[in-house]
Design a protein around this ligand. Structure first.
Ligand SMILES: CC(=O)[C@@H](O)[C@H](O)COP(=O)(O)O
Length: 256
């Protein structure tokens, strides 16, 4: 049987759980990485600061692909500058674009995100843009050279789950790139639901970092994501519009 993988920038990944590295202590990030079995970890470029006594990179295994993000960028120009800096620091060619101009809701600016994606794709980056789930913006990101599209489920850090479900489903159905659901996923069951919908992967940070047992929650997310993927591949059963349908002949007999 073929291995179930997905590809980003020519690299194959079998784990569909992308772990965020914010809000953890250094020991907890190590435990979370191990239990999540994630192959991609995001990090804010400022957390790689070599002047700090502890560097987060020391807690991330070498075989994990780093996905530096442009958090703090308020427009395309700043995002491009942060991405270039991450590459200079040795974080590789992958970059997650995050551009926000509003500190209350932290919603991404889709128009500036398209501009940054276009520039960075031209410079050879593997660009994963975080975006508000809008079909036209997603198409613009495809044309700009994105490697995947990362629509938000609900506001960052809210743990509120799939508030934008209908719109993410449109992207899954219409966009010919991996759809990676990002932000606001608060429970393993919500991550599972994303995968059942056909998302290529799920990214989560706050739900794990704020859990009672961080390592155990990382493992629970991993299992839920795998279960959702297996259910998607199996093909979910149909939902009846109304009424009931006997599950076995005896039930049908009694009902008649
Ligand atoms: C865009 C952004 O910052 C998110 O990727 C965040 O890292 C994950 O969101 P949660 O913390 O809500 O899981």
């Amino acid at each position: 049987m073929n291995k179930d993988t997905f590809t980003l920038g020519g690299k194959e990944f079998s784990s569909r759980f992308i772990l965020g590295s914010g809000k953890y202590s250094m020991e907890l990030i190590k435990a979370a990485v191990e239990n999540a079995q994630a192959e991609i970890i995001t990090l804010a470029v400022r957390r790689t600061n070599t002047r700090q006594s502890e560097n987060i990179l020391d807690y991330i295994p070498d075989n994990v692909t780093l996905l530096p993000n442009t958090s703090g960028a308020r427009d395309a120009r700043e995002a491009v500058r942060i991405a270039r800096m991450a590459r200079e620091l040795g974080c590789g060619d992958f970059v997650k674009i995050e551009i926000m101009r509003d500190s209350k809701y932290l919603l991404p600016d889709n128009a500036e995100t398209v501009k940054a994606t276009e520039q960075l794709a031209k410079e050879g980056f593997v660009v994963l843009p975080y975006m508000y789930p809008d079909l036209y913006a997603a198409r613009d990101l495809v044309n700009a050279g994105a490697a995947a599209v990362m629509p938000l489920a609900s506001p960052i850090g809210s743990n509120k789950g799939l508030a934008t479900k209908e719109f993410i489903q449109i992207l899954v159905d219409e966009i010919d790139l991996p759809i990676i659901v990002d932000a606001g996923i608060g429970r393993p069951s919500q991550a599972c639901e994303c995968m059942e919908m056909g998302a290529a992967a799920v990214m989560a940070n706050t739900a794990i970092a704020t859990a009672g047992d961080v390592a155990a929650m990382a493992g629970a997310f991993k299992d839920a994501i795998n279960a959702g993927r297996a259910a998607y591949l199996a093909g979910l059963g149909r939902v009846l519009e109304r009424g009931a349908s006997a599950s076995d002949p005896l039930t049908g007999f009694l009902r008649d």
